[in-house]
Design a protein around this ligand. Sequence first.
Ligand SMILES: Cc1cc2nc3c(=O)[nH]c(=O)nc-3n(C[C@H](O)[C@H](O)[C@H](O)COP(=O)(O)OP(=O)(O)OC[C@H]3O[C@@H](n4cnc5c(N)ncnc54)[C@H](O)[C@@H]3O)c2cc1C
Length: 292
Amino acid sequence: MLGEIRGEVRFKEPLSFHTSLRIGGAADIFVVPQDVDDIRHALMFAEREQLPVAVIGGGNNLLVGDRGVRGVVLRLEGCLGRAEFHGEEVLAGAGVSLSALIREAAAQNLGGVECLVGIPATIGGALAMNAGTPDGWIGDFVSAVYYLHPDGTLGEFKPAAGSFTYRAFAAPAGAVLIGCRLRLTRRPLADIQKDIRQRLKLKKATQPLALASVGCVWKNPPNDVAARLIEKCGLKGKRLNGAEISSKHANFIVNRGGATAADILALMDLARERVQAHFGVALEPEIRIIGE
Ligand SMILES: Cc1cc2nc3c(=O)[nH]c(=O)nc-3n(C[C@H](O)[C@H](O)[C@H](O)COP(=O)(O)OP(=O)(O)OC[C@H]3O[C@@H](n4cnc5c(N)ncnc54)[C@H](O)[C@@H]3O)c2cc1C
């Protein structure tokens, strides 16, 4: 079955090559599918061999353990990379880059999704995480999600109220998202560009974009902001080996070079404990942690 995959199959592939944090041990079996059939072959192989499957997109929200990931890792960035525009709707593959999609839509005077600009993501990862900002999240624009069940059969999901919530999408268990339909809005290119420039300027001013990170580590607790709580605990700039609670934005942990997953997890433990002790607030991770 692995032999039928037309894309790439690698063994012991370091996942630090595929995560924005540049951290992570090796995946036992790493598959970069070329198309939906390749994904099916990988899923069928995993099912036959009773191996777990993990899906990654751009790796921008992932902390991978230092001892790597057992089983099969499917990486969809660079696969299913087509976007087709039909009137005010776009049908986008899971591997499409979110920022490329926003740019392509803008060139056709289609907007609405500007609130998602500057979020490094594939469409699959953006859907799985319900990526967004206080001005809106991707779920606001989704009219259908297409996916494969673990047995390789195709599914279609029509979102209803509650399908997309804060940094979560209630996808069917084990689903590999392969694409979606997004509703866009007609808007002049110049207006979209102005909006995008302003949003990117704000991001650059407030986030440590020059350093390797996973974006915000913690969800904001109800009626508060995680960065404020961590900063109030005096942890801004706190370092452990190559890892640092960013001195620019306390909800980011950056890899200044040579940090391990263990370092990141230790800083997370410290922030969680201090915030609990000072404010009685239990921080919940926004990032996804996989592997050993
Ligand atoms: C500098 C920086 C700034 C950021 N700013 C923001 C922000 O403003 N707002 C925000 O929401 N996020 C932000 N993030 C986090 C990140 O960009 C988002 O979570 C994004 O959606 C991750 O997409 P990805 O393709 O990299 O997914 P990955 O990190 O690869 O995966 C994330 C999760 O999605 C799952 N997944 C990915 N693809 C699929 C698929 N096809 N099928 C099923 N499951 C899948 C993975 O299993 C994993 O659980 C930021 C990150 C960085 C590094």
